[in-house]
Design a binder for this molecule. Structure first.
Ligand SMILES: NC(=O)c1ccc[n+]([C@@H]2O[C@H](COP(=O)([O-])OP(=O)(O)OC[C@H]3O[C@@H](n4cnc5c(N)ncnc54)[C@H](O)[C@@H]3O)[C@@H](O)[C@H]2O)c1
Length: 431
């Protein structure tokens, strides 16, 4: 099914055609199909063709491939071609950038996104670019990849800088979204000391920049600051229950000290700060191999492998879709709310139930696309890792009251989109 034919319904059964909204004097609304064209079906796939052959395709043949494999916003998709037979890829630049809003100089903001090549950052960058702002991405590509934002390289409003936030960085800007930090356990545990340095020194450097430029500063904190919580659901005034020396501490305590620093700069130096406590988020461009439950389940089910549940499957999680998070981050940045704000979806699933749901959706998408599958995949249970919280669910009353924000995407709709994304990656050979 082509991306433009996917019908996406919100929690009330109404079709979602745009994401974002106009609030706090900031218009964040963009058409969903344009946004989607930037991440669904990233490359054309050509079988039985050698790269040498494709170089000699005439315009008409290229047109046929184009017409066959794209609909709607074809002009704004990369025309890179993947050759499964030789496992090679031929990159091209976009023939044309997607249209971005033309803002007056007073409306157009200079926005710095650290960690902008990561999962959350790249979606935020897509949105801010389509909205017509000047965006600079700062990333050391530890977990992020240039390919997540490469479709903007060369655009006059866009700049990509390879830089480690542990080192100071100077730029003129109006807003800083400080996202740089590995977010998945295997990545942040890979080098625990570096993770803490990134959280502390990276945040210190970016707050210093915000102080000098008088930019508004938003940090992406996490529900992990609540640790293994004794309060359900978690509201922002709960101080948490964190093990300071466990394997997750480098991330949890790193984010806690990053929040402390943020409010230190606010109190001492009057820096204009925003703190988003992000709960489990999923969506296209998530690294499929970083051990996060959503990507694990989808990839296993798509490949016909056993789906692994750690523990007995009764631990609960809530999952929010990436576009809801992007809406929340932009709303928070532009609002007057300076207290920490939970951004997450409160719909709770046990991990066991969630595995069942993923399996059902993968089967649905495979059936729709006429793909063959051999029976149902199994769900298997393995021992739970140390410090894995048993239960976590956001209380999003504050986000609703002060930002007018609440999640629109159902887990089912988000999962469908993500399954389509991973399925395309599988076909493309990059998964
Ligand atoms: N995805 C979630 O469910 C979730 C939940 C809670 C909080 N968050 C927070 O949101 C932010 C983004 O998370 P994500 O899921 O996109 O993770 P990600 O790993 O995909 O992205 C992080 C980005 O930061 C970059 N980075 C890491 N260390 C850096 C450094 N020292 N200097 C410069 N760049 C660096 C990485 O290369 C990557 O591009 C993180 O701060 C994370 O803690 C995410």
């Amino acid at each position: 099914m082509s991306p433009s034919h996917i019908k996406t319904l919100d929690k009330d059964g109404d079709e979602i055609t745009t994401v974002g909204f106009k609030r706090f004097g900031f218009d964040s609304e963009v058409p969903l199909d344009v946004l989607r064209s930037l991440y669904l079906r990233s490359h054309y796939i050509v079988s039985n063709k050698d790269p040498k052959v494709i170089e000699h395709l005439d315009e008409e043949e290229e047109e046929v491939i184009h017409a066959k494999l794209s609909t709607g916003h074809s002009l704004f998709r990369p025309t890179s071609i993947y050759f499964p037979d030789s496992k090679s890829i031929s990159y091209t630049t976009l023939s044309r950038f997607p249209p971005v809003k033309l803002l007056s100089p007073s409306e157009r903001k200079r926005i710095l996104v650290t960690g902008g090549a990561g999962f959350v950052g790249s979606h935020l960058v897509d949105r801010l670019m389509l909205l017509g702002h000047e965006v600079t991405v700062l990333d050391n590509f530890f977990t992020g990849s240039k390919t997540t934002v490469s479709h903007w390289v060369g655009h006059p409003n866009f700049e990509l800088v390879r830089h480690d936030v542990v080192e100071p960085f100077m730029i003129e800007c109006d807003q800083i979204y400080h996202l740089a930090c590995p977010a998945s356990p295997p990545h942040y545990q890979f080098n625990a000391v570096k993770t803490i340095k990134t959280s502390f020194m990276g945040t210190l450097n970016m707050l210093g920049l915000a102080k000098r430029t008088k930019a508004r500063f938003l940090i992406s904190s996490t529900s992990e600051v609540y640790g293994d919580p004794e309060v359900h659901p978690q509201h922002e005034d709960y101080w948490g229950h964190v093990n300071p020396i466990g394997p997750r501490a480098c991330y949890d305590e790193g984010k806690r000290v990053a929040e402390t620093l943020t409010y230190g700069f606010q109190r001492q130096d009057g820096v204009d700060v925003r703190v988003a406590r992000i709960f489990n988020t999923y969506g296209p461009r998530m690294n499929p191999f970083d051990g996060r439950v959503v990507s694990n389940f989808i990839v296993q089910a798509l490949k016909g492998e056993d789906m692994t549940v750690y523990g007995d499957g009764t631990q609960t999680r809530s999952f929010q879709y990436i576009h809801d998070l992007t809406d929340g981050l932009i709303a928070l940045m532009n609002s007057d709310e300076t207290r920490p704000v939970n951004i997450g979806n409160g719909d709770e699933f046990t991990i066991g139930e969630f595995a069942e749901l993923v399996r059902e959706i993968v089967e649905k998408v495979q059936d729709e696309d006429g793909a063959e599958r051999e029976g149902r995949v199994n769900i298997v249970y393995k021992p739970i890792p140390t410090d894995d919280p048993q239960k976590r669910r956001p209380d999003t009353t504050r986000a609703k009251e002060s930002l007018g924000w609440q999640p629109r995407w159902t887990v089912r709709m988000g999962l469908e989109e993500m399954v389509r994304y991973y399925k395309a990656k599988l076909v493309e050979g990059s998964l």
